[in-house]
Write a protein of this length. Structure first.
Length: 247
């Protein structure tokens, strides 16, 4: 009953506060969609248990012979144990995540994707939710860390503790540009992170949360330092995954 009431409220609110889709310009039908309409959401590629993905980093693959051991072979040396994402960084997911960098509000549709993506990971009482940190400089510029906003949703939906203080970015690294190759991305974040409170990390399994997985360099660097300070495993949860060579 509450879901129906909520849908009615969202629809009425979208009439009272109309917004055009950031992709196609038509009206957004409900506040729960964020800044994208139903049509653009439906055209956005989502991942599911049936998707042919790399078992480690979730990069889409051509249909593999054995889905349970398929690898893209590009993530072999990265330090996280597994990375999952809700879908491809395109259309509605791209628009909503770009908006999240301006306004710290997670629309209901994104929360539903957080919940379904969480189901791909093993979670125990010993699991800690950790956002990928921004540098102090960038956090002041933006006013908040969008990865932490998403991590709060992950913590609430999973029932696990959030730790936004133990993993910090010690260096203000240059923004990753789209044209950067993998080695350039890795070199900019190689020594960018440190652990301020190692006793909170030791013995924990970590779910590391970020908005977008691009090359994996940032989350790999975070996973490396977390494991050096005693994390038993590091999984990565992002909402979107940039896909190389597929459009």
């Amino acid at each position: 009953a509450w879901a129906m009431v909520k849908a009615i409220i969202n629809s009425l609110a979208s009439i009272a506060f109309p917004q055009n889709c950031h992709i196609c310009g038509t009206s957004v039908e409900s506040l729960e969609n964020g800044v994208a309409c139903d049509s653009c959401w439906s055209r956005t590629r989502h991942f599911s248990a049936d998707s042919a993905l790399c078992v480690k980093c979730s990069h889409p693959l051509d249909e593999p012979a054995n889905r349970h051991s398929a690898s893209c072979h590009r993530c072999t040396e990265q330090h996280y144990d597994r990375a999952v994402a809700a879908g491809v960084y395109e259309l509605a997911l791209a628009a909503v995540l770009l908006e999240l960098k301006k306004t710290p509000n997670v629309p209901d549709r994104l929360n539903r994707l957080v919940r379904s993506t969480l189901e791909m990971l093993e979670i125990s009482a010993n699991t800690l939710i950790v956002p990928v940190p921004l540098s102090a400089k960038r956090r002041v510029e933006r006013g908040f860390n969008q990865a932490e906003i998403l991590a709060r949703s992950v913590a609430r939906l999973s029932g696990n503790h959030l730790d936004a203080f133990s993993l910090v970015r010690k260096a203000h690294t240059p923004m990753h540009r789209t044209a950067m190759d993998r080695k350039a991305r890795e070199s900019t974040v190689k020594n960018a992170f440190e652990i301020k409170r190692p006793k909170f990390i030791e013995g924990k399994s970590i779910i590391l949360v970020d908005d977008i997985f691009t090359s994996g360099a940032t989350v790999s660097s975070c996973a490396n330092i977390l494991k050096k300070h005693g994390a038993t495993s590091v999984s990565v949860l992002t909402l979107a995954r940039a896909v190389e060579g597929r459009h």
